[in-house]
Structures are given as structure tokens and as C-alpha cells.
Design a protein around this ligand. Structure first.
Ligand code: RB5
Length: 147
């Protein structure tokens, strides 16, 4: 599975930890930046990079991280075909895959510790979509993109 990941300065430290973790687990990780906590970068720019990688099928899943995960998830969800889920624990991560078929995971670098984040990421990457009635609901959401 190919994974695109990006953060702003507020999510950089957690991104660094997750890139190392996923690489050690054998995933193909495309790190789209940023590369420090020092230089402030606008989170919508980083959300766009990952959203485009998913839209162009360059990567299968995406992970975006800002300070809270809120701004970068809102930004990612503006792109057609993107279902970005801000998760704070393994339960929400699992449900975002099983019920919402989320293709981008959003995390808060200032709100979620590394251990919990690894738990979230591992759960999110290893949970499939349940389909069925959930597919109908996801299709309804996709329909909103045409309005
Ligand atoms: C940047 O200071 C901060 O606003 C950003 O990382 C994020 O938390 C926005 O939602």
C-alpha cells in the first residue's frame, strides 16, 4: 500500500515519527513535507498535496497532520473524492474506515501523543470498508460534490 503523508509545522514532529513507524512496517511512504517545526507553512497547501496524490491514484491512502488536525481535515475534504477523517483514538479510526471508507486520516500533532497516534494509524490502515448500507451513505456524500 502506498501512503502519502504531509503536515504543517504544527504536525511536523508527529509526521516524522509516523513516517519512521510506517517505513519500518514496510509501507511505501511518500513524505510530501513540511520539513521542520521552525518555518510556518499554511496547512491548506499541505492538504492539497495529499488530496491530489489520492485523486491521481499516485497513492492509495493519505495522512495529514496539523496542530489540531481540524484545519487540515477541513481543507482536504474540499477536494472531490476525498473523505478525510479526524481521529483521536483507535475506535474512531476503525469506524472511519468501516463505515465512512475514509481515504485520508487526519491527526493533531499537538493534541495526540505518539503512542496513541501509532495505534490510530495501525488500526486505520488495517481496517476495511464494510460496504452495504454504508456504501449507499458514502454515495450520498459523493452526490453532494455535484451540488
Ligand atoms: C497552526 O498554528 C495551526 O493553526 C494549525 O496547525 C492547525 O491546528 C489548524 O487547524
Amino acid at each position: 500500500m502506498k501512503i502519502a503523508i504531509a503536515s504543517d509545522h504544527g504536525g511536523f514532529s508527529l509526521k516524522d515519527e509516523i513516517v519512521s513507524h510506517l517505513t519500518a512496517c514496510g509501507f511505501a511512504v511518500t513524505d510530501m513535507g513540511t520539513d521542520s517545526t521552525g518555518n510556518a507553512i499554511d496547512y491548506p497547501v499541505m492538504a492539497e498535496k495529499v488530496a491530489h496524490a489520492i485523486q491521481k491514484n499516485e497513492c492509495d491512502r493519505g495522512i495529514v497532520i496539523c496542530g489540531t488536525g481540524i484545519g487540515i481535515s477541513i481543507a482536504a475534504n474540499k477536494f472531490s473524492g476525498i473523505r478525510a477523517a479526524l481521529c483521536h483514538d483507535a475506535y474512531t479510526a476503525r469506524m472511519s474506515r468501516a463505515h465512512n471508507n475514509a481515504n485520508i486520516l487526519a491527526l493533531g500533532g499537538r493534541s495526540t501523543g505518539v503512542g496513541v497516534a501509532f495505534d490510530i494509524v495501525d488500526t486505520w490502515l488495517n481496517t476495511g470498508f464494510d460496504g452495504g448500507r454504508h456504501q449507499r451513505r458514502v454515495d450520498m456524500i459523493s452526490g453532494f460534490e455535484k451540488t
